[in-house]
Design a protein. Structure first.
Length: 318
């Protein structure tokens, strides 16, 4: 939204009193109607627009914005901390919470965003999870094969859905370039949000089943929740409890969907997984798992997961 001056606000007040609509006012002032909408929404007082009061509100808001920016610019330690954490791919919310827990001078999440949007931090935009590919309609691929003997998510014990018990995972595949077969198999432990990723040569069911057996043996997995992809057709051979979401319902496995988003940020749409090694994936995965998460009270998935593993070894000996 462009900044309005006092004369423009005077004209808005007069035109509004004469019964002009927002779009008509925009045409008179040669601005977008959205500019008028936002001006009236942000600077009205008790739903009444007065040009002098609107000018004062805008002045105070602008002054406070500069004051918040000055807090970061005048504190070299804070500025360097924010820049370093952003380079480590932390979100502004994670940075603000961690900083406030360790220092007396506080900083808010919106202030960090404003700093990134300013000329002092614009180059840090590339470290934000902001740009997402536009969704496109997919062409139909014919009738999909139905996986045999599925147990739908409705039958899953409630304690799993509440994420109060360890050993339960959500599973999904990530594929990007359609002309390559390589993909990533992603597993996320539901209570700690700890992510496990394997590079696969293709999404063939027997390769997926082989890696899932490996994960079950290594991590003591008790249950898995899948979508309805044909790659999970061998679920009966896993010999653990398996559950399936309903078609077109990714919200039923939100943990792995959020994890996929984090992974896709490092491996964007044009990534060819045939050129990606397991060692490269492990380096990125460690970085993701070491980041604090708001839903975990700003603890890292790595820390919580290994605490759970040590507790299991101490109590069960496995």
């Amino acid at each position: 939204m462009r900044h309005m001056d006092q004369s423009q606000r005077d004209r808005i007040q007069v035109l509004k009193k004469d019964g002009y609509s927002n779009r008509k006012i925009a045409r008179v002032l040669w601005v977008s109607h959205r500019t008028i909408d936002k001006e009236l929404t942000r600077n009205s007082v008790c739903w009444v627009y007065t040009s002098t009061k609107a000018q004062h509100k805008a002045y105070v808001r602008r002054k406070m914005c500069k004051k918040q920016m000055k807090k970061i610019r005048d504190n070299d330690e804070m500025e360097q901390y924010i820049r370093a954490r952003l380079k480590d791919d932390w979100s502004p919310d994670e940075i603000a919470h961690t900083w406030n827990g360790e220092h007396t001078i506080k900083i808010s999440t919106p202030t960090i965003y404003k700093y990134i949007d300013s000329r002092y931090g614009y180059w840090l935009h590339e470290h934000l999870y902001t740009q997402r590919p536009k969704k496109r309609r997919r062409k139909g691929k014919g009738k999909r094969e139905i996986i045999k003997q599925r147990v739908m998510i409705d039958a899953r014990p409630e304690i799993i859905g509440l994420r109060k018990e360890f050993w339960h995972y959500e599973v999904d595949l990530i594929m990007w370039k359609q002309w390559t077969k390589a993909c990533l198999l992603v597993l996320i432990e539901m209570t700690t949000r700890y992510k496990i990723v394997y590079v696969l040569a293709s999404k063939h069911a027997h390769l997926v089943e082989e890696k899932l057996h490996e994960a079950i043996k290594e991590y003591g997995i008790r249950s898995m929740t899948f979508d309805n992809g044909s790659e999970f057709a061998g679920h009966l051979n896993l010999w653990i409890a398996t559950y399936f979401c309903y078609p077109h319902s990714p919200r039923q496995k939100p943990q792995v969907e959020r994890g996929n988003k984090n992974i896709r940020w490092y491996y964007p749409k044009w990534t060819n997984f045939q050129r990606t090694t397991q060692e490269e994936i492990d380096i990125v995965l460690k970085k993701i798992n070491m980041r604090p998460m708001k839903c975990l009270d700003y603890q890292s998935p790595y820390t919580l997961f290994h605490e759970k593993l040590l507790f299991r070894v101490a109590t069960l000996g496995v």
